[in-house]
Unconditional design. Structure first.
Length: 202
């Protein structure tokens, strides 16, 4: 898998953590032309809550091959400390990733993949996990060295084994540390959605 090869190259060559590389991950999508997201389960896409301006509106998702689809908001957290959102729609049979539910060890090599800068192309930002932030209010996030720019919000972040552990939500807290909300939070909400089969929020 090309993504894992890139991570292996990072380990061998010691490329800078913020070195960006072109990638093509079929699970990664572009949301409304200005954010990122990814297929997290059959029929569901994860992204960042602050990417959703109107939870009652239909969201436009662009897939890796340029095809578009309409998704509805199934659940959404709050942009302050629960910055995740779940969209429901046709994910075209794309296989979801594996997940890591804990906080990765300090120094874990990782890569975030999204549509930084609002570009149609995907880009991967190589990164390293940093220690948890001291403030308890921020313990829902994983701190990392990834260079995050506009359009990266909602990107997946995964370790060298290809396991997704977070969703990119913000940067510069403090510079050059970026934050990813722990994947366990939207996964718990998704399990509740699937178990209760509730209707989308309006």
């Amino acid at each position: 898998m090309r993504i894992l090869s890139l991570l292996l190259a990072f380990l061998i060559t010691g490329m800078p953590p913020r070195f960006e590389v072109p990638v093509e991950d079929h699970r990664v999508v572009q949301l409304n032309g200005n954010c990122s997201g990814f297929v997290a389960a059959p029929g569901y896409v994860f992204t960042a809550a602050h990417c959703i301006e109107d939870a009652s509106a239909i969201q436009e998702v662009r897939f890796w091959d340029g095809m578009y689809a309409k998704f509805e908001v199934a659940d959404v957290g709050t942009p302050d400390h629960r910055d995740w959102a779940i969209l429901r729609g046709d994910t075209r049979g794309i296989e979801p990733p594996e997940f890591y539910l804990g906080y990765p060890e300090d120094g874990t090599k990782c890569i975030s993949i999204g549509h930084g800068g609002g570009q149609a192309r995907q880009a991967g930002a190589l990164c390293e996990v940093r220690p948890p932030l001291a403030d308890p209010e921020w313990r829902r996030y994983v701190a990392m060295s990834a260079s995050v720019i506009g359009g990266d919000s909602g990107s997946l972040v995964m370790d060298r084994d290809g396991r997704v552990f977070g969703i990119v939500v913000r940067s510069s807290y403090p510079v050059p540390v970026s934050l990813a909300v722990k994947i366990s939070l939207p996964l718990a909400a998704l399990a509740k959605l699937q178990r209760q089969k509730i209707t989308p929020r309006r």
